[in-house]
Design a protein around this ligand. Sequence first.
Ligand code: AMP
Ligand code: GLY
Length: 438
Amino acid sequence: MSSSKTSKKELPPLKNVLIVGSGGRENALAWAFSKCPGIKEVWVAPGNTGTSQHPCCHNLNIEEENAEELLKAYKEKKINLVVIGPEAPLAAGLADKLRENGVAVFGPSAEGAKLESSKAWAKTLMNEAGIPTAKHWTTNTKKEALEVLNGLQKALVVKTDGLASGKGVTVAESINATAEAIYDTFEGRHIAAADQVVLEEKLEGPEVSVFALCDGKSMIVLPPAQDHKRLKDGDKGPNTGGMGAYAPALLITPEELEKIKQSILEPTLNALIERGIDYRGVIYAGLMMTSSGPQVIEFNCRFGDPECQALMPLLGPELAKVIQACAHGSLNLAPELSTINTFSACVVAVTHGYPKSPRIDEEIKIDLQASENLQIFHSGTKLDKTGKLLTAGGRVLSICANAENFDEAFNLVYKGFNEIHCEGINYRRDIGHQVRNS
Ligand code: AMP
Ligand code: GLY
């Protein structure tokens, strides 16, 4: 079987899917695939407690970068499609290794994943393609970075070039704080020392996440979503992986979304094509809605977490076929992706001490039942030998609900948390404040 045949008029049969990853995002993807007609088995490697609990979902004890074992499982389980969730295996070339072996993969090559794994690379691409983004300076030494700062005499955003699990960006409030962030980043005080540091002008405005499903040549844009990165209510406290999300983000009208497609997403895909990259996967544009229009804050090469959890319940049963079509480079063969006309809310619960020093191994009791419009997606949980559910990571689980309006959706989510019991668990009470009346 070849992932690059586009001449066929029909996509091959799709029964068994393998999802790579172990977070809430992958739990939501597994759940969404398992509901698509024709899907028999959803395998998740390595998966989590949640992914082992949905009907027709099973975990595979294989690490997410182990291409050899994944290929073995691909053959043994007669898998038709591999979906790679997180950025690290993409940046490490997992999609390339699988494709070389004829696997249909949804997820870009290592070269395409540079959109996320090298901020300097992504900025160059954006400038060349005329994509609106903050002015930037790529620097290779501390001295060079400090010279830029001295010349500009204003606070800047300091970004380490490579993947940094959300810890590589400082939005400095002053010139001194910018200098300190430059020292920290080059000297590796918080994360591994950077070889390259991108300095950026500060932008202002609300942030929105926009996702395009790409087949290398064309794309489908999903409803926009809004993440909440800060730990505490009122968007205060340190940055996290994401404390909650909702979709659709009403901040962007359908007309504006179409403009964003034409002025940001399509030019990005075209710039990738010009670089010889056959990008089959998600282009995630993190946008800031500034007074002079949407600007790209960052690109990611995968679905957002927790935006994915909020989005999946809004997508129709064609999703599996659409993703398969992207993997085959043939979106033209996919059915139209329908969206469900409701409002989706997702709130993430984290352990005590997250993000600095998450306390794990606390018992979790879940008395809440999932239903048609309410899901519990696991991220950092595990079962002990006796089958007791314990916390295993900073972000523990999320509750997602969808309803006729945002108030109802968030009420369902927050009511749900009364039935989750775990010492020290914490969640924001104001997720969706932008769209809630109650
Ligand atoms: P990133 O990892 O690039 O998304 O950055 C993390 C967060 O830093 C973003 O979600 C923004 O809140 C903030 N940020 C990044 N770049 C800028 C910028 N140029 N201006 C203002 N805030 C920024
Ligand atoms: N929700 C932010 C991210 O996935 O990077």
